[in-house]
Design a protein around this ligand. Structure first.
Ligand SMILES: C[S@@+](CC[C@H](N)C(=O)[O-])C[C@H]1O[C@@H](n2cnc3c(N)ncnc32)[C@H](O)[C@@H]1O
Length: 343
């Protein structure tokens, strides 16, 4: 007979092993469009099934399970979005998460291949092919944009840049351009360049045009492995890019950014960063494993790695700013000396 402690431990392991169920229910509801179908109304399972085009019996099972998780309300065999779902999971929700969760669906598929990836050391190839499609690029960039757009104004404020000078910002691998949008909105004299791969350029241009900032934010097509980044920049952002790069290429990119900055200019890094033990913070340690599934040889660094690379590139003063928990991670700022002797 197992004692209480052992029974609790078994329960703990069982919950860990079944965590995928909750994730799958939420992600499937987003994928088939349950929350949009129930936005602002009550409907039966058959009505939802007809609206979103899925099997009626399966829809009822899914809606009941979603209600059990608090994603829906159920009354007299009719369903409606819970306050939580209505506030965050419909396509039209302000600052909503629906597009971002479509991205999580893609990652979910990849996590399903973890055992193979661990055996072979390689990311799942099939998903990689799917992800070369134009549709995937849009899903990926819009999903990242939805993650960035709520936090970007806070980061723009935190950077406390001078407001009375015409600053030039370079956002390397800037994706959607959401951080440049927030900076341009916060600092009226600032202009920006988003440096991106060709397939991302039209999506970034579309998002920037929607924000009405095409005159102040340009998108420069290029590959930072082969192309120069340009010159004359006062601030360079490197957000979520180093993690996807092979380790030996990360210091090279930092060096390239150093060359693109004016004397006195600063680099701002926002990447997940591990503590030296590499097992904490927990979300970062888990994200490091996701790099095995989503990149060829990406990975996470420790702050010691960055200090070394920034120093070798020639950056001097380096400062780390912790971001509040609702944003997570931190900003690392480092400055290029304003005169050659400072280096
Ligand atoms: C994880 S996303 C980060 C996007 C954005 N900086 C953010 O934080 O939301 C990485 C971006 O780097 C871009 N990227 C990757 N390799 C690149 C390369 N060789 N040259 C230019 N951009 C690249 C990708 O297209 C992608 O948009």
């Amino acid at each position: 007979m197992l004692d209480d402690n052992k029974l609790r431990q078994r329960q703990q392991l069982q919950e860990m092993a079944r965590g995928y169920r909750q994730a799958r229910i939420l992600l499937t509801c987003v994928e088939v469009g349950v929350f949009d179908a129930l936005s602002g109304r009550w409907a039966s399972a058959e009505e939802v099934a007809a609206t979103v085009g899925v099997n009626g019996r399966a829809a009822e099972l899914l809606l009941n399970a979603a209600a059990a998780l608090g994603l829906l309300y159920k009354r007299d065999a009719r369903y409606s979005n819970s306050d939580l779902a209505e506030a965050h999971l419909t396509q039209n929700a302000v600052g909503g998460m629906a597009r971002r969760l479509k991205l999580e669906s893609a990652f979910y598929r990849r996590w399903g291949g973890l055992t193979d990836a661990v055996r072979t050391g390689k990311r799942p190839e099939d998903d990689h092919r799917v992800e070369q499609s134009t549709d995937w690029v849009r899903t990926f960039i819009y999903g990242l944009y939805d993650m960035a757009r709520n936090i970007a104004p806070f980061i723009a404020d935190t950077l406390a840049l001078p407001e009375d000078q015409p600053l030039r910002v370079l956002d390397v691998g800037g994706g959607h351009g959401g951080y440049c949008i927030a900076l341009a909105e916060r600092y009226p004299l600032l202009t920006a360049t988003v440096f991106e791969l060709p397939r991302v350029v039209p999506v970034a241009q579309e998002i920037i045009a929607q924000a009405g900032l095409a005159a102040r934010i340009e998108v420069q097509e290029g590959d930072f492995h082969q192309d120069e980044l340009g010159s004359g920049y006062d601030v360079a952002l490197l957000f979520g890019v180093l993690n996807g790069e092979p380790r030996e290429k990360r210091p090279i990119l930092i060096q390239k950014i150093f060359s693109a900055l004016n004397p006195g200019g600063q680099i701002v890094l926002r990447e997940f960063v591990l503590n030296p033990d590499r097992t904490s913070p927990p979300q970062e340690a888990i994200f490091a494993l996701q790099m095995l599934l989503t990149t060829e040889s990406g990975g996470l660094d420790t702050s010691d790695d960055w200090a070394e690379w920034l120093g070798s590139a020639g950056f001097t003063t380096s400062q780390r700013i912790e971001l509040p928990p609702w944003i997570g991670s931190s900003l690392t700022l480092a400055r290029k000396p304003s005169v050659a002797s400072e280096k």
